[in-house]
Design a protein around this ligand. Structure first.
Ligand code: NAD
Length: 501
């Protein structure tokens, strides 16, 4: 079995990969003070792609100083209309560089090209334009008040929405460019300044974005990009007294470290963390939609997706037919390098991630779940793992509760008509990020959606994403919401001013 297919990389991307990748601090590409490098590999071939500078605490310090200065400098004087125009210009430039960015995303992360193209064009630029359009609509309220000493009707309070300040944005590797945009869009629309710390495994598209930001008219120091490891650059950013807010997407384990590190100056913190999301299929569901929907819910991005629907609950009357349909789809994926046309299932991000997923597959076997398909690594190079389905899983098994972050579906049937009973099983994890309900009975579908303890539930689809849909987790899946008006609000603070006439 070989997945050793020849890929073609465009000259433009080859040139970019060859360049000397420094840190973007105060508008200048600056070498890291340690002179240390991080090697970046293609997860599908394990070949070295490039090296980037490894930023440390001193570099974070310089980036925070630049962001603090920029917060009250030229950036604060620019009109909100111009802020919107700059974000739109950045979206135009992303579109103009769509091909190179998509290719980089595939090489860096391993996702199939079509998915990279869809995520950049379908989500990335739409997201940026959505937040650009908010920039000139931020306003407070006028409130009639009666503080002591005021004659009734001769006092009022007005509120202003101000940028929350300097934002540290720490992002994961599973959709690197989209997460960079998701943090920058609302932060810049709100008038904040940012230090972006990409994941050490996938820093390249953020650096490419840095070059586009330099051309967008956004003043120097407003966006700083420090590539580096989590324990050094990420930790220094979370602890830094000059940072007002941390917005973090990543694991629950690191999210807790960020909360601890932020305590020193009581930073505001938004956390988008892990998930172990239920997909509940009722007997009256439209199986033509539910079967492919459930397969995609789990295997999209090889299951390396916080919203992945990895816990499948199917009514016993349709269990066999649903499982057989998902198995057929799982076995039909074409595994291989994302740049080879037709491949729709890529590698996991790293050797460590592959070993972690394989250890959960071993655990599933030990716990007595029935392995229906997959269960092995794939090919002679790259971090590929076959799409894997366990049947007859029960809620006591660790594979049913813990986030695997790989292509492993844990399926079980239910016989109950009692929605609360079904929901209590669906909710039996420490997470509460996402979930989906499949039924044609609107009453059942809406009641079940209400009972699922998650920040986002989809009916007859899974993980619906749109810039206007608030997104975030309950329980240990996070704090706060991103996307939509609430996502923007997280980068603003309210100032109340009261006047007695
Ligand atoms: P991770 O938590 O290991 O790393 C995320 C980021 O945190 C990286 O940039 C890393 O360098 C940094 N980091 C690591 N240690 C740090 C520390 N001590 N201080 C500060 N920063 C530190 O997560 P990952 O492995 O990159 O991503 C996978 C996880 O992310 C999964 O749990 C997944 O569910 C979660 N995720 C959540 C969402 C969401 O929106 N809820 C989206 C994508 C991924």
């Amino acid at each position: 079995m070989s997945n050793n297919q020849q890929i073609t990389i465009s000259d433009e991307v080859k040139e970019f990969l060859k360049s000397n990748h420094k840190l973007l601090i105060n508008g200048e590409w600056t070498p890291s003070s340690s002179n240390e490098k991080i090697e970046v590999f293609d997860p599908a071939t394990e070949q070295l792609l490039t090296e980037v500078d490894s930023g440390n605490a001193a570099d974070i310090d310089a980036a925070v100083a630049a962001a603090r200065k920029a917060l009250t400098g030229e950036w604060s004087k620019i009109t909100s209309h111009d802020r919107a125009r700059m974000l739109d210009r950045l979206a135009d430039d992303i579109e103009a560089n769509f091909s190179a960015l998509s290719e980089i995303e595939v090489l860096d992360n391993g996702m199939p090209l079509e998915l990279a193209q869809y995520s950049i064009a379908g989500h990335g630029t739409t997201l940026l334009r959505y937040f650009a359009s908010w920039a000139n609509k931020l306003h407070g309220q006028t409130i009639p008040v009666s503080p002591a000493g005021a004659i009734n009707g001769e006092s009022l309070t007005y509120t202003r929405k101000e940028p929350i300040g300097v934002v540290g944005a720490i992002i994961p590797w599973n959709s690197p460019l989209i997460f960079a945009i998701l943090k920058l869009g609302p932060a810049l629309a709100a008038g904040c300044t940012v230090i972006l710390k990409p994941a050490e495994l996938t820093p390249i598209s953020a650096l490419f974005l840095g070059h586009l930001i330099q051309k967008s008219g956004i003043p120097k120091g407003v966006v700083n990009i420090v590539t580096g490891y989590g324990e050094t650059a990420g930790q220094a950013l979370s602890e830094h007294p000059g940072v007002d807010k941390i917005t973090f997407t990543g694991s629950t384990e690191v999210g807790k470290k960020i909360v601890e590190a932020s305590i020193g100056n009581l930073k505001k913190v938004t956390l988008e963390l892990g998930g172990k999301n239920p997909v509940v299929i009722f007997p009256d569901a439209d199986l033509e939609k539910a079967i492919p929907g459930a397969a995609r819910a789990c295997f999209f991005l090889q299951g390396q997706n916080c919203m992945a629907g990895t816990r499948l609950f199917v009514h016993e009357d349709i269990y066999q037919v649903v499982i057989a349909g998902i198995k057929e789809m799982a076995e039909a994926f074409t595994i291989g390098h994302g740049l080879i046309s037709g491949n729709d299932f890529g590698p996991l991000i790293s050797k460590t991630q592959k070993e972690r997923v394989m250890s959960y597959i071993d655990l599933g076997r030990e716990e007595g779940a029935e392995l229906l398909t997959g269960g092995n690594s794939y090919g002679d190079q790259g971090h590929f793992v076959q799409p894997t389905i366990f049947s007859n899983v029960n809620g006591d098994m660790r594979i049913a509760k813990e986030e695997i972050f790989g292509p492993v579906l844990c399926a079980q049937s239910f016989s109950s008509q009692d929605l609360e009973q079904i929901a209590s099983e669906a909710n039996d994890t420490p997470y509460g990020l996402s979930g989906s309900v499949w039924s044609q009975d609107i009453s059942v579908a809406h009641k079940m959606a209400m009972l699922i303890d998650a920040g986002q539930v989809s009916i007859n689809c899974h993980a619906a994403v749109d810039p206007a849909i608030p997104f975030g987790g309950n329980k240990q899946s996070g704090w706060g919401r991103e996307f939509g008006a609430e996502g923007l609000e997280a980068y603003l603070k309210t100032k109340a001013t009261t006047v007695i006439f």
